[in-house]
Write a protein that binds this ligand. Structure first.
Ligand SMILES: Cc1cc2nc3c(=O)[nH]c(=O)nc-3n(C[C@H](O)[C@H](O)[C@H](O)COP(=O)(O)OP(=O)(O)OC[C@H]3O[C@@H](n4cnc5c(N)ncnc54)[C@H](O)[C@@H]3O)c2cc1C
Length: 461
């Protein structure tokens, strides 16, 4: 695990900050009850560490250096709270394509100090156009005509992650650190065991480990469900400049949907979403993925095919789409030969372990809100956690509950809505497709209500 001794020493301060954030609050912070308790615990923990040399003590551990993990670490840092991020991969996920961020995402990126830097690298998208598979334009919209404050840009995931990581001290992320096991340990702490044998007892654990989150599994969440369609996506490269207007282009077919959007002056993001009764085998050969995508849209107007052709193989991905509906409900479960009713877990936290982003609420990408909501989660959680630590009047457990109660009414309906939108748009029923293409899209759809969910208010950091 790539974490240096200096990182450990650095991590000894829960309130370690870049210089601009130090005073005047630091002196005040050091007098707070959480910190006093911490110093006491540290003394005890040192003696435990001598006895159990293989268990390291940490204050706040974030599992996963994706958008949620990095945005949470940066938000906490801006509030004067130090955390350590543990990522299973050997570097930030440099592969991957792009994602579209709406104004709610940009507001968070501004709040954590990276909005301006990212804006200079990605085009602002002015509107969207919807076409049928035979090339007919069904409808077009301009974002600002509906909402002056709307901001839409497709960003490269790699650059977004790098930009967030660059806000953190170099030793804040530990790579090659795959969480293998998690269990309760004494004093309300949580014991984390990593694949390389490293063991950490953490006061606070923030699970940002994505859709297959081991932390969520340990907390009792069921696996996300496959929704019946898969997505191919890629990032086409035009060395001499891409020719497209800054618009999102959607193409609706029968049981297949595609689209593309310019990302920058040389890159264009595209996706193709198709129905499949099962997620199918994992394919890693990207030339196979490219051929499969081309096959699916071969009878469509040639523009999308040309974009796919100009895509470097290593940027093409195929994902089965999944989600998890966080019903606050009970379900029957077989236990010892009897059927009993058990509560389905929907709360974001258990004690001092909490989930952020896809780890808590995997949703389908039909509204382009998964990453935007992960960013929202990050700032809301960081604010509440930092306040609990600083004031000492609210416990960390209560801060996490408050985060869960505030975020649940936001993300639960979005998860369902994203799923329903996908189900309608992926229909292969000829009557449904005809009504969609001739009535609903040209005459009924209004952009304002469709993007209402991008309004998001939060307390400044
Ligand atoms: C096809 C598609 C298109 C999308 N388009 C958009 C879009 O346009 N707009 C939008 O807002 N959202 C979009 N999304 C959703 C968005 O990608 C996710 O919501 C977002 O990436 C969630 O971020 P995260 O940090 O929660 O999870 P992830 O990005 O999955 O990050 C999780 C991290 O945890 C690490 N990890 C996992 N397990 C472990 C472990 N055991 N130990 C240590 N580390 C671990 C992983 O390596 C990873 O780095 C799209 C999703 C898909 C599938």
């Amino acid at each position: 695990m790539a974490l240096t001794t200096s990182a450990l020493m650095h991590s000894n301060s829960l309130f370690s900050l870049p210089s601009s954030h130090h005073s005047p609050s630091r002196t005040h912070l050091l007098t707070q009850s959480w910190f006093r308790t911490r110093i006491r615990t540290r003394t005890i923990s040192l003696s435990i560490a001598n006895a159990q040399v293989d268990v390291r003590k940490e204050d706040i551990v974030i599992v996963g250096a994706g958008i949620a993990g990095l945005a949470t670490a940066v938000s906490l840092q801006r509030l004067g709270v130090r955390s350590l991020v543990f990522e299973q991969a050997d570097s930030l996920r440099t592969g991957g394509t792009s994602l579209t961020l709406f104004k709610n995402g940009w507001r968070v990126l501004d709040a954590i100090g990276v909005g301006s830097e990212l804006r200079t690298q990605f085009l602002e998208i002015q509107g969207m156009v919807i076409k049928s598979a035979d090339g007919r334009e069904l409808r077009s919209f301009k974002f600002k005509e509906e909402d002056e404050s709307q901001e839409v840009r497709a960003v490269e995931r790699r650059i977004l992650l790098d930009t967030l990581a660059n806000q953190l001290p170099p030793d804040a992320i530990s790579f090659d650190s795959k969480l293998a096991k998690i269990e309760k340990s004494g004093g309300g702490e949580t014991l984390l065991e990593f694949m390389d044998g490293t063991r950490i007892s953490a006061k606070i654990v923030i699970g940002c480990d994505g859709i297959r989150s081991p932390v969520a599994k340990w907390m009792g969440f069921p696996e996300p469900k496959y929704v019946g369609h898969c997505a191919f996506r890629g990032l086409a490269f035009y060395p001499d400049g891409q020719p497209f207007e800054p618009r999102v282009n959607y193409i609706y077919g029968r049981g297949v949907r595609g689209g593309y959007v310019p990302v920058s002056s040389t890159k264009v993001y595209w996706f193709v979403c198709f129905n499949s009764p099962s997620p199918g085998p994992k394919i890693t050969d990207s030339s196979v993925l490219k051929n499969q995508t081309g096959e699916i849209v071969r009878n469509w107007p040639s523009e999308l095919l040309k974009i796919i052709d100009l895509t470097p193989d290593d940027t093409i991905l195929r994902n089965p789409l999944v989600d998890r509906w966080l019903w606050p409900a009970i379900r029957p479960q077989a236990s010892a030969g009897r059927v009993v009713l058990v509560a389905i877990r929907s709360q974001a936290s258990a004690g001092r372990v909490v989930l952020v982003g896809d780890a808590w609420h995997p949703m389908t990408p039909n509204l382009g809100q998964g990453a935007c909501c992960a960013l929202e989660d990050a700032v809301v959680l960081a604010k509440k956690l930092a306040e609990a630590i600083k004031s000492g009047t609210t416990s960390v457990e209560d801060a996490f509950k408050s985060y869960g109660s505030e975020r649940w009414p936001r993300i639960f309906p979005l998860t369902i809505r994203a799923n329903l939108v996908g189900t309608i748009l992926q229909s292969d029923n000829p009557v449904v497709c005809s009504v969609r293409d001739n009535v609903v899209v040209p005459k009924l759809v209004r952009l304002g209500p469709m993007l209402e969910h991008t309004n998001f208010e939060f307390e400044p950091l």
